[in-house]
Design a protein around this ligand. Structure first.
Ligand code: SF4
Ligand code: SF4
Ligand code: SF4
Ligand code: FES
Length: 927
């Protein structure tokens, strides 16, 4: 694909059922009522010159370049701010408007450095284009007068620069930061000639509220705001569409290259998940792919104390396959297994789980979703019948009440957070249920109606109290329940939830949330026309994670908030392909499409296609594998793209389990913490080298296309195929598209999916099959996937993890915007600027009690282990609660997390750990 701008219609599309007829330059045009003259002209193929307008932003009308003649209208109106009216006759190219436009351009150019030939945006600058379009040949005013040509450049942001001398004060950047990103970091300071863009209160970009999303850079029509990579490498010459490999939002991007070199990632305006927006990670933090730390050759060693030995692929594959087989001969077929990665493509995951089931001959396969969203899979399957969120992201635009539980979207799902904030600015109400005061509670033009600042570990008590109010105050949507739900299960649930022990008053002490607040929040949610729940790992990573997911589903069903736009139950997935890795059959009890391995019909279908017998008994989950390793019955593991020695709880236990194994095979980009315990390191590929698909949190299947050839010489799925083949199970595909064809043939919800379809339509949300050939944005519209919605009673059971005199504080963990999970990628980019270390947020009163000042090094100890980090005094956490991130191996926050886990899925209870915090000199984590 060569570089060609996506057509920009100048102003956003209008949603109206009415149409009006206008005539533009003699052409009849029919448009939706309210459409601007500029957009109407663009739809008729007539480009009106413009500078301050773009269809990503509301019209502003400041530059006056887009003036037109309109019959009967006074003067020359700006076409971007003038709506079409019935019968309007517009002329866009009269000598009169041409003269005005040239005059406007002349003024702009007279205060602009005339260095186009050496400007980084040469050839990619709207000002330059417009000067040509309006036919400007000379500038009468010269540049000798008052001008801004010596205005300084702000280079503080690591990814883009702000050269104020080139600014035309069009305000596109200011509006992008507000309207698209919702941060409002920029303003136009001064008036008239002195107007200038200011980040914050005259701060640098780095020192301001700016979150480096890049929206202003994208909006800037000149080279004032410019990516540093474009300045260094030159303007791009070709592009490839692909998908971000960080979080579960799954933003679509256009990778723009100059020759073979990636110059920038530009969010795709037509991206189903992001509609042209991005965050600092997807937009800028891709440099890790070529970081010198990357390992690109296979390595093996006999013992973990030996040095690594680089070997050819053939030797590494043979070594791996032989060891796996030898171990099975000696210790039994079930003594080996593997873990798939939510960072890899659907195709890579599918092949690894196939290798395990067909070549290893057991179901000992699990995925890193085990430690994040496995309770979502379980809970939504029990209640709705399928293990996925119910909505598309666009649905939030129709919500009147938005409930965010245990999620921090502005940091962890930033592009979706921007969508959500837009709806909140339009007037939707917000309820936040979280122990921390996350940014959404109060940010520019957004203020939560209710913040239920519960104690960690009491989610189920809070949601039960809310449901109790719904059930006892006549707020149940009985028509919805009667028509759509299993009545027997509803009656059992209703009898349970009405019990006095579930009342807000009875639970206020346990939860720490006042009863009247619980009641107000319940009334607000239940009486909304459309109320939606969004939740994150603060729901799932608990001993009652699955219970909480089902309790949320109960509440949504009881209030009829399922099956249409604006409502629903929406898990915000952490990693880019958590949904996909689960869909692909990565759980030990389920084949692709969440079908149980004991289902003979399903298993026989797979056996027929795979040509191998499959086991009907579920295999081991990750914690079971690790436990079995410590007692010697599990001896070898294949780990695809996951750093379990860093990310999994109770690090000491994980490490001793890995050390106990005879063979640990790690496939990854970098020598991670887990690789320290490995015998084989198989280099993996970055998303820039992958060909396949990711499935995001809204079930959207997006194409990932290679920007560069694999630096390792192999695709990851080829490696799994070769290991399987060397173990005696021939496995081969010509390309990734063939793998998707097999997935589609074996998985009813993917039946209509193919690379050809995705290349044609961009993306689809599963189910995608004969009934829904272009996918399903909103699930359970007419009936639940399981038929009738199933209510499940959800008694609150306090976690075993309690505060004691020895461990009097509750630690909870989460992510920060600039970093991603264990930080292996983001720490190897300039994102490190914003988060050089993990710190412990602590309330002032807890700090004072311990003699701890801001910045003090402390030891954080739990019954599992101890680590040290610096303290940040913060009132984002209540007294009694401390909070940290887990992005740096040095602090190793998971040294202190325990092996408590969800009763149904074994998802670890990361969110609640009783700890003590004491001042101390800095030390390295001591597992
Ligand atoms: S990068 Fe994003 S947050 Fe920062 S100023 Fe630009 S639009 Fe605002
Ligand atoms: S920085 Fe760019 S977008 Fe912002 S006002 Fe200046 S020219 Fe316009
Ligand atoms: S929101 Fe998520 S998917 Fe989108 S650019 Fe950021 S990290 Fe990537
Ligand atoms: S584009 Fe219409 S006034 Fe600037």
């Amino acid at each position: 694909m060569t570089i060609a701008e996506d057509l920009d219609f100048g102003t956003p599309a209008v949603l109206s059922d009415q149409h009006v007829q206008v005539t533009i330059d003699g052409k009849p045009v029919s448009v939706r009522s309210g459409t601007s003259v500029m957009r109407a002209a663009a739809t008729a193929g007539i480009a009106i010159p413009r500078l301050c307008a773009t269809d990503r932003l509301d019209a502003f009308g400041s530059c006056r370049l887009c003036v037109v003649d309109i019959d009967g209208a006074k003067g020359t109106p700006a076409s971007c701010t003038t709506p079409c009216t019935e019968g309007m006759v517009v002329r866009t190219q009269t000598p009169h408007v041409a003269k005005i436009r040239r005059g406007v351009m002349e003024l702009y150019i007279s205060d602009h450095p005339l260095d186009c030939l050496t400007c980084p945006a040469n050839g990619d600058c709207e000002l330059q284009d417009m000067a040509g379009v309006v036919g400007l040949r000379e500038v009468r005013y010269g540049i000798a007068g008052q001008n801004h040509l010596d205005a300084p450049t702000d280079d503080t942001n690591p990814y883009f620069s702000f050269d104020a001398s080139k600014c035309i004060a069009c305000s596109r950047c200011v509006r992008a930061c507000g309207e698209i990103q919702g941060t409002f970091a920029l303003t136009i300071a001064g008036r008239g000639f002195d107007s200038r863009v200011s980040a914050g209160a005259d701060e640098t970009f780095l020192g301001s509220e700016c979150v480096s999303c890049g929206a202003c850079v994208q909006a800037c029509p000149t080279s004032t705001l410019q990516e540093k990579t474009v300045i260094e490498l030159g303007t791009p010459t070709r592009k490839v569409k692909t998908t971000c490999a960080y979080c579960g939002v799954g933003c679509s991007f256009t990778a723009e290259l100059r020759g073979d070199e990636l110059v920038r990632m530009v969010p795709d305006k037509n991206g189903g998940a992001n509609a042209g927006h991005s965050c600092v990670k997807g937009r800028f933090a891709w440099g890790y792919a070529t970081h010198p730390d990357r390992v690109v050759r296979p390595m093996i060693r006999e013992r973990t104390s030996d040095p690594w030995r680089e070997v050819p692929w053939g030797e590494a594959i043979a070594f791996t396959a032989e060891r796996f087989r030898e171990i099975q001969v000696e210790h039994g077929v079930d003594s080996i297994g593997g873990i798939t990665s939510s960072r890899c493509t659907n195709e890579e995951v599918f092949v690894v789980q196939k290798m395990i089931r067909a070549a290893f001959g057991n179901n000992n396969v699990d995925t890193c979703a085990r430690v994040c969203h496995s309770p979502t899979g379980y809970g939504l399957k029990q209640t709705f019948g399928t293990s996925a969120g119910t909505q598309d992201f666009a649905s939030v635009a129709d919500s009147d009440v938005i409930v965010v539980i245990g999620a921090n979207p502005t940091d962890a799902h930033p592009v979706f957070a921007s969508r959500m904030k837009r709806r909140l600015r339009e007037g939707a109400e917000l309820i936040v249920i979280d122990p921390r005061r996350i940014a959404l509670v109060e940010s520019p033009y957004v203020r939560a109606a209710h913040h239920l600042q519960l104690l960690p570990g009491t989610n189920v008590a809070v949601i039960n109290a809310i449901s109790h109010v719904v059930a006892t105050e006549g707020l149940v949507n009985r028509a919805f329940v009667a028509e759509r739900c299993d009545l027997r299960s509803f009656e059992a649930w209703e009898a349970f939830i009405r019990l006095p022990e579930n009342s807000p008053e009875a639970l206020a002490d346990a939860t720490g949330v006042p009863a009247d607040l619980l009641r107000s929040a319940a009334r607000m949610y239940a009486s909304a026309r459309n109320a939606a729940i969004y939740y994150g790992l603060g729901v799932t990573e608990h001993s009652q994670g699955s219970t909480m997911v089902m309790a949320i589903a109960n509440l949504a069903m009881a209030t009829g908030n399922i099956g249409r736009s604006g409502v629903g139950v929406n898990p915000l997935r952490g990693q880019n392909n958590v949904q996909g890795s689960c869909d692909m059959g990565s759980f030990p009890h389920e084949l692709a499409g969440y079908r149980h391995v004991s289902d003979d019909t399903v298993r026989h279908q797979f056996e027929a296609v795979w040509g191998a017998p499959l086991r009907p008994d579920p295999g081991l989950r990750i914690p079971n594998m690790l436990d079995a390793a410590t007692v010697g019955t599990f001896r070898a593991i294949f780990i695809q793209g996951e750093d379990i020695a860093h990310s999994d709880p109770n690090t000491q236990h994980v490490r001793s389990a890995l050390e106990a194994m005879d063979l640990v095979v790690v496939q990854d980009l970098f020598l991670n913490e887990t690789a320290a315990h490995a015998h084989v390191f198989l280099p993996g590929t970055s998303f820039l080298e992958k060909d396949g698909t990711f499935t995001n949190a809204e079930r959207r299947i997006n194409r990932v296309r290679p920007i560069m050839p694999s630096r390792t010489g192999r695709t990851e799925w080829e490696v799994a195929c070769e290991i399987a083949t060397a173990m005696g199970y021939p496995l081969h595909y010509d390309n990734a598209s063939q793998i998707m064809d097999e997935i589609a043939a074996l998985t009813p919800t993917f039946a209509g999916v193919s690379f050809a379809l995705l290349d044609r339509v961009g993306s689809v949300q599963w189910p995608c099959n004969d009934e829904a050939p272009l996918g399903t944005p909103i699930m359970h519209a007419d009936h639940f996937v399981r038929g009738l919605g199933n209510f499940v009673t959800t008694p609150y059971v306090p976690t075993d993890e309690r505060t004691t005199r020895k461990f009097p504080l509750l630690l909870t963990t989460g992510r920060i915007l600039s970093q991603y999970n264990v930080g292996a990628q983001t720490r190897r980019t300039a994102n490190i600027t914003w988060h050089p270390e993990d710190v412990l947020d602590m309330h002032e009163s807890d700090a004072e009690l311990r003699g701890i000042a801001d910045g003090t090094w402390v030891e954080v100890s739990s019954r599992a282990g101890a680590t040290s980090m610096r303290v940040r005094i913060s009132d984002d956490v209540p007294a009694g609660v401390v909070y940290t991130t887990f992005h740096h191996p040095g602090t190793a926050a998971n040294v202190v997390t325990t092996d408590n886990s969800d009763w149904a899925t074994n998802c670890p209870e990361y969110k609640v750990t009783a700890v003590q915090v004491r001042p101390r000199t800095p030390v390295v984590a001591t597992p």
